[in-house]
Design a protein around this ligand. Structure first.
Ligand code: ATP
Ligand code: MG
Length: 405
């Protein structure tokens, strides 16, 4: 079939009547971003659907599979757009039917949005169905459970015909829900947590704690690569890398060993909150999962969480690990995450971390040293990188420039 358009449906978006324009515009620019660097199309968006006019020769299947992964897209269909003339509709119906296998059944499914069209729904079904039956062999009509539905939408501007509906990711367009700061560790969970909140429309920046020389450049590169992979879903993402060595050393000096994990998390959170304020983020996101490890029991969360009053979003809180792994594979972060480079927490992990650390005790140990200045210093020395999904291209361009200079 020679498709000339992709129909994009928004689903949940239609509920947001108040700021629908903003949602639609954001979705449109996210789709364009996802289609880069593909060429040969034009997007026309209106309040409840989007049409992508695909020029001849462009790879429509590749375009659709990309659009399916854009948050806010409910479904997509490859469609044929034709003039509102019954003879043309008949010919297109035949073209669809030619792809059906012998013995299969079909139904003509008409949506007549233009109530002024000369034939009503019933007449169209009869005329098109009859024509297909007369001009094909070995296929039949089945109204209740057809193998194929030939969808015919009669709208004001044209008639759209299609048979396939491909499901999209759903959710809301990234960029419509404010900004969050994602604590990105290099493990399996936190990239998935980032994806989950983006799916609800929020933008993320990422923060990573590293402790050179105890953590390697490879560990840092791994987090850069993970951020780049997340950027495939959305566009550029800022990554803030925090030098954490001095704080970690100091924690191990003054805090009893079994409480160092709790204290480490509390310091991370204090730094993260400050960076969040600086960048205008309204919430912190992490990959915590209830009961998974010592630092993620309710008791630990209580002791850790008490250093901040900022909302902490934990989208994976109740997930099973297998589900997290499955999602990590879907967004291509799994293989990056399982690379063996250790991050700052693994290296300083105590032998027997408290699973139910008492807040008063942690506070007592921490009161033996004024951590404030070290936290400020860490914030002041944050290295911020802008990670683009296209940065390979940019690098190539840079090298090319180097040759000229
Ligand atoms: P992950 O797979 O995301 O590392 P995890 O199951 O290993 O999670 P923890 O190591 O206890 O769990 O970390 C819990 C959360 O704390 C992480 O999901 C992440 O959001 C945050 N976190 C841990 N280490 C770091 C780090 N070095 N930099 C930034 N955030 C971190
Ligand atoms: Mg981890």
């Amino acid at each position: 079939m020679n498709y000339d358009h992709i129909l994009v449906r928004y689903g949940e978006l239609t509920l947001k009547t108040g700021n629908r324009n903003m949602f639609v515009n954001k979705l449109k620019s996210n789709i364009k971003n996802r289609l880069m660097p593909l060429q040969g199309y034009k997007v026309r968006a209106n309040r409840d659907r989007m049409y992508i006019d695909v020029h001849e020769g462009a790879d429509i299947e590749e375009m659709m599979s990309r659009i399916q992964t854009v948050f806010g897209v409910h479904s997509v269909s490859p469609v044929v757009r034709i003039d509102k003339e019954i003879d043309i509709m008949k010919e297109v119906a035949i073209k669809f039917a030619e792809d059906f296998k012998s013995g299969e059944t079909f139904k003509i499914d008409v949506k007549r949005a233009d109530k002024t069209f000369e034939y009503d729904t019933f007449e169209l079904q009869q005329m098109l169905g009859g024509y297909v039956l007369q001009n094909t062999e070995n296929i039949n009509v089945n109204v209740k459970t057809p193998d194929h539905k030939i969808k015919v939408e009669v709208r004001k501007d044209a008639v759209y015909m299609y048979t396939r509906i491909l499901e999209g990711e759903g959710g809301l367009p990234v960029g419509t829900g404010g900004k969050t700061l994602l604590m990105l560790s290099g493990g399996i969970d936190s990239p998935v947590a980032g994806m989950e909140v983006m799916k609800r429309g929020v933008t993320i920046e990422a923060i990573h704690f590293h402790s050179p020389p105890y953590t390697s450049d490879q560990a840092k590169q791994k987090v850069i690569d993970l951020t780049k992979q997340l950027a495939q879903l959305t566009g550029d993402i800022k990554l803030h890398i925090v030098p954490f060595t001095a704080l970690q050393k100091q924690i191990h000096k003054v805090v009893e060993e079994s409480f160092t994990m709790t204290s480490t998390r509390r310091m991370m959170l204090r730094v993260t909150e400050k960076v969040a304020h600086e960048i205008g983020a309204l919430a912190i996101v992490n990959g915590e999962n209830l009961g998974q490890v010592a630092s993620q029991t309710l008791g630990s969360m209580y002791a850790i969480n008490s250093v901040t009053s900022m909302p902490i979003l934990r989208p994976l809180l109740t997930f099973d690990k297998e589900d997290i792994v499955k999602k990590a594979k879907q967004i291509n972060t799994f293989d990056l995450s399982i690379q063996p480079f250790e991050d700052c927490c693994t290296i300083f992990t105590p032998k027997n971390p408290k699973t139910n650390p008492k807040l008063e005790k942690v506070e007592y140990f921490e009161s033996k040293f004024d951590f404030g200045p070290l936290i400020d210093e860490a914030v002041a020395n944050v290295e911020t990188l802008t990670i683009s999904k296209h940065d390979d291209l940019q690098k190539q361009e840079d090298n090319w420039m180097d040759d000229l200079l």
